[in-house]
Design a protein around this ligand. Structure first.
Ligand SMILES: NC(=O)c1ccc[n+]([C@@H]2O[C@H](COP(=O)([O-])OP(=O)(O)OC[C@H]3O[C@@H](n4cnc5c(N)ncnc54)[C@H](O)[C@@H]3O)[C@@H](O)[C@H]2O)c1
Length: 324
């Protein structure tokens, strides 16, 4: 028995990559009901395969910008995971839409959570709030002034929105700054497909994988199941009015990452180097996760090698199904 047991939980964006894992883990704690609102712009029925037939899950295909629909969902909820968002490149391509989804809809979520006395909100933020951080490993106290992206700005505003609603109305919340999340169910077909998937496409097609830049740009890769678990820990813990980094605290540069991916796939391809992507000009990421360790008991459990094996198996299974 814990907070989740017999509770009604609303997950915006629950058909997405991370949201589907959060839903799966929530179900292991016997909630009364989980309501998912997702317009499937990136999420899918495939992602929800493991739970869509579960009588405790209600999936509503719709837009979080539809306030009536949002109110219908939040009016029933004890707890809210607010995960629906546009990707960084989509925000850059269409800031007006970014405003509607990232800012206006998050504002509506906060208003409705106060109106219906939601007990706690877990907000999906991002390491993008830092831009290029000042310190490595980066603590939560690093300043966000180097962020240059609309997406990072919107996520920071979301954190501040919930912070001000805590201060003004007592709404409890935790914001989680995810670093570079990977794992099965990553988008494989989208325009902004993550680099690992593009590299797996190259392994499949025996083509040279592209590295943007000289390969020294680094990321802090964290497995999606560890991200989902951080969400559950944030809800179950007493943490309130807090923001936590969620990463692995392991820095891996693109060259090392490609080598690791090729190794788990027994593949010897040479990379081709291309000019850097300009939407997100951040050359280094490394999370300091000590605050999350201390306050919510977060500890990443899946190594990069293990995670890449699992990702590759999932990817090639999916390719097989495509050819049947
Ligand atoms: N994946 C990462 O590396 C990463 C890193 C930092 C932060 N995040 C954040 O984590 C959250 C989940 O990300 P994800 O990786 O699962 O991405 P995702 O795109 O798979 O999930 C987002 C979900 O929101 C849905 N959605 C988008 N706009 C919507 C709208 N207007 N109405 C209803 N649903 C809508 C999408 O269909 C999708 O299912 C997001 O808030 C994202 O910004 C992700």
């Amino acid at each position: 028995m814990n907070k989740i047991t017999n509770s009604t939980i609303f997950v915006s964006g629950g058909a997405g990559f991370i949201g589907s894992y959060v839903t799966e883990e929530l179900l292991t704690h016997n909630p009364k009901k989980i309501i998912i609102l997702d317009n499937l712009i990136r999420g899918s029925h495939e992602n929800m395969k493991g739970f869509i037939g579960d009588a405790r899950v209600e999936f509503i295909e719709g837009d979080i910008r539809n306030k009536e629909l949002l109110e219908k969902c939040i009016s029933q909820a004890d707890y809210v995971f607010h995960m629906a968002a546009l990707r960084i490149n989509s925000c850059a391509a269409n800031p007006e839409e970014g405003f509607g989804v990232m800012l206006q809809a998050s504002f509506d979520v906060a208003q409705l959570c106060v109106k219906y006395k939601v007990k706690k909100v877990i907000y999906s933020s991002s390491a993008s709030v830092y831009g290029l951080a000042q310190h490595f490993p980066t603590p939560e106290t690093d300043n966000p002034y180097d962020n240059q992206t609309f997406y990072g700005g919107a996520k920071l505003w979301g954190e501040q929105l919930f912070r001000s609603y805590k201060f003004m109305y007592g709404l409890s919340y935790v914001a989680l700054r995810y670093f570079n999340v990977y794992g099965a169910r990553m988008d494989t077909d989208g325009k902004y497909t993550e680099v690992m998937i593009k590299w797996l496409d190259c392994v499949r097609d025996k083509k040279q994988p592209a590295i943007f830049g000289d390969g020294s740009d680094s990321m802090d890769f964290v497995h999606v199941k560890d991200i989902a678990h951080a969400n559950i820990l944030s809800l179950l813990s007493d943490a309130d009015d807090e923001v936590f980094n969620v990463g692995d605290q392991v820095e891996t540069n693109l060259k090392q990452m490609l080598e690791a991916l090729l190794k788990v796939n027994n593949c010897q391809l040479e990379p081709v180097y291309m000019p850097v992507n300009t939407v997100n000009p951040v050359s280094r990421r490394l999370a300091d996760i000590s605050k999350a360790e201390k306050l919510i008991g977060y500890k990443p459990s899946i190594s990069l090698e293990q995670g890449l094996k699992e990702l590759s198996n999932w990817y090639f299974e999916k390719q097989k199904l495509k050819t049947i």
